[in-house]
Design a protein around this ligand. Structure first.
Ligand code: UDP
Length: 237
C-alpha cells in the first residue's frame, strides 16, 4: 500500500459498533482499541477521538418506539458519553491519560468543550475524547468528528471500521468485492457508498480535510496509518 507523509495530529472516529454489538460492551474489543491508541500515543502522535453511541442508542431508531427525534438524539448523545467513559477507563489501565470533552460540562465526567483547553491537553501529551457529538440533534458523530478534526487542526480524519476500506460491493457478503485505494469526495457523494453521511463528507470537501477509512480491528493499523501508510481507502479532493 502507498505511503504519505506521517501525520502528527490525528482525529480518530470510533463508531459505537466498535465497542459492542450484541452486548453494548465487548470489553476485549475496547481493550484492543485502547492498545491501538496507546501505540500511536507512544509514537508521540497527538490524538483526538470522537466516539459514537450506536451500540447503545441511535436517535432515529427510537422514533418507532414513539420517542421524538430530538429527544432520541439527546439520548444518543448521552450514549456517546457512556462509551467515552469506558474508553477513558481502559486507556487509564494502559497508563494513557485521556480527557473527556463534552458539548456541555458534565461535572466529574466531561469538561465543556473549549478550544484553548483542547490544545493545552494535546500539548501536555493527553489524548482527547470528544463525546456528545456536535451537541445538536439531527447530526451524527461522523459530522462531529469532521468538525473537531478541523477545529483542532488535525491533518487527517481517520474513520475506523471493521472492514479494510471502501469497496464497490459489501465485502462481507461479496467475496469478489474490490477495494478502492482512493476516492474523491464527489465519488462518495454521488455514488452513495455507505461511508458516512453526506453532511460529514460535504464538510470535509469544503475544508479540504482528507479522510482515511481503515480497519481498526487489525493490530498495528492505527500506528501504520498515522505513519502515513494507506492501510485503507483515502478520500480527498
Ligand atoms: N447524535 C446527535 N447529534 C450528534 C451526534 C450524535 O443527535 O451530533 C445522536 C444521534 O441520535 C445518533 C446517536 O447520537 O444516532 C449516536 O451517534 P452515531 O449514530 O453517530 O454513533 P455511531 O453510529 O458512530 O455509533
Amino acid at each position: 500500500s502507498s505511503s504519505n507523509k506521517p501525520y502528527q495530529r490525528i482525529l480518530l472516529k470510533i463508531s459505537g459498533e466498535s465497542f459492542g454489538k450484541n452486548n453494548p460492551f465487548e470489553m476485549t474489543w475496547i481493550h484492543n482499541i485502547a492498545e491501538e491508541i496507546k501505540q500511536a500515543h507512544l509514537a508521540n502522535k497527538e490524538i483526538g477521538i470522537v466516539v459514537g453511541g450506536g451500540n447503545i442508542v441511535r436517535g432515529s431508531e427510537l422514533i418507532k418506539h414513539g420517542i421524538k427525534r430530538p429527544i432520541g438524539d439527546y439520548m444518543g448523545m448521552l450514549a456517546t458519553v457512556i462509551n467515552a467513559l469506558a474508553l477513558q477507563d481502559i486507556l487509564s489501565d494502559l497508563d494513557v491519560e485521556a480527557v473527556i470533552m463534552t458539548a456541555r460540562e458534565i461535572e466529574g465526567v466531561g469538561e465543556a468543550y473549549h478550544y484553548q483547553n483542547c490544545l493545552q491537553h494535546l500539548n501536555s501529551g493527553k489524548v482527547l475524547i470528544f463525546a456528545e457529538g456536535t451537541g445538536s440533534p439531527y447530526f451524527t458523530t461522523d459530522t462531529a468528528a469532521a468538525l473537531k478534526a478541523a477545529e483542532i487542526g488535525a491533518e487527517v480524519f481517520f474513520k475506523a471500521t471493521k472492514v479494510d476500506g471502501v469497496f464497490d460491493k459489501d465485502p462481507v457478503t461479496n467475496p469478489e468485492a474490490r477495494k478502492f485505494e482512493s476516492l474523491s469526495y464527489e465519488d462518495v457523494l454521488l455514488n452513495r457508498y455507505r461511508v458516512m453521511d453526506s453532511t460529514a463528507i460535504a464538510f470535509c470537501l469544503d475544508n479540504n480535510l482528507p479522510i482515511l477509512i481503515f480497519n481498526l480491528t487489525k493490530k498495528g493499523n492505527f500506528l501504520r496509518a498515522s505513519l502515513g501508510e494507506n492501510v485503507g481507502t483515502v478520500i480527498k479532493g
